[in-house]
Design a protein around this ligand. Structure first.
Ligand code: UDP
Ligand code: MG
Length: 317
């Protein structure tokens, strides 16, 4: 029996691009079915992430004219990671394999063939890896590379140049559903699942229409979220910094006592102020990092739902 494939696509205010890319996904499913690789019950599952434009109406219409399409709509905007997770959990009990992709056509749709092939040869997780970023803006490219490097240095184990374009088997999806954390960072969670994995390279294309929903500010907070959800290395770094500053202060204290006896009392205003400012800065920064973790604990303890599904398209048999 051929596996049932679900392509899960989160959409936030994507009315411009959805009519262009939706037929491409549907065509891909038809082609794979004709090639005998997937079941005829395979679907494209859109997740409307509380869009304020016409996105949901487009999804509903698509589901009426083409049986390959179905969709769920979240009660409000919850962000890419939550929306994607909602889709994966919706697909979990209906599919054998699931591929997550963006709806803007940047992730090369033809890589789906290779992902399915990898699954058929035994992989449970297949990562889509960008082979080049020539078509991203120079700024996006630079900041993205910087974030990957910084995250790795900070102890977050993520796959280099892999975003959220990946295939997960039903078993991997079941395991992913066991992770109950509210601060979702799927790129970090998926490698934790384990199982046999493989990589498929694709070249990243330009957005077919509409605007990116990840401005620099959002990318920065995404990177900070990623690091603090996956690693406690920043807190360890603070401990090391505290240790080094303490050692230096022993040297400083000894030096000031010795010079007090050799030279008599001296006017030390500038040096005192500099040390105070430096230590004040270090302490506030350290408190900020620790606060970031406490904030995470606060949200985890509340364990609020990660998303609420408001409506679904009608199911067709
Ligand atoms: N997205 C979402 N909720 C959000 C922001 C983005 O579901 O709050 C979706 C968006 O519709 C797209 C995907 O996440 O399908 C990736 O977003 P985008 O293409 O804007 O990011 P970029 O490729 O520029 O990093
Ligand atoms: Mg995009």
């Amino acid at each position: 029996m051929q596996p049932i494939l679900y392509i899960v696509i989160p959409c936030y205010n994507e009315q411009e691009v959805l009519p262009l890319t939706a037929p491409m996904f549907s065509q891909k499913i038809t082609d794979l079915y004709i090639d005998g690789k997937i079941s005829e019950h395979s679907r494209v599952l859109f997740v409307n992430d509380g869009s304020k434009d016409d996105t949901w109406n487009i999804i509903s219409e698509l589901s009426q004219i083409d049986e390959h399409f179905c969709g769920i709509s979240l009660s409000r905007n919850r962000g890419h990671q939550n929306a994607l997770f909602a889709g994966l959990m919706e697909a979990k009990d209906k599919c054998d394999i699931c591929i997550s992709a963006d709806c803007d056509g940047q992730d090369d749709i033809d890589a789906i063939d290779k992902m399915v092939d990898e699954y058929l040869s035994g992989s449970e997780v297949v990562y889509g890896v960008r082979s080049d970023r020539k078509r991203d803006s120079a700024f996006k490219r630079m900041t993205a590379q910087f974030f990957y490097k910084m995250m790795r240095t900070m102890g977050a184990d993520i796959v280099y140049n892999h975003a959220d374009y990946r295939l997960l088997s039903r078993r991997a999806l079941q395991c992913l559903s066991e992770y109950k954390e509210v601060n979702l960072f799927l790129r970090g969670l998926v490698p934790m699942i384990g199982f046999k994995c493989s990589f498929v390279e694709y070249s990243r294309k330009e957005r077919l229409a509409g605007k990116s929903k990840y401005p620099f500010k959002k990318m920065l907070s995404f990177a900070i979220d990623g690091i603090t959800s996956l690693s406690v290395k920043p807190i360890r770094l603070i401990t090391s910094l505290g240790f080094i500053v303490s050692l230096l202060s022993i040297v400083g204290i000894s030096w000031s006592v010795i010079t007090r006896f050799i030279n008599g009392p001296t006017a030390g205003w500038a040096s005192t102020i500099s040390i105070m400012c430096f230590l004040g800065g270090v302490q506030l920064l350290s408190l900020g990092v620790i606060g970031e973790y406490i904030g995470k604990i606060y949200l985890e303890v509340k364990s609020r739902p990660r998303y609420i599904i408001e409506k679904k398209t009608e199911e067709k048999k």
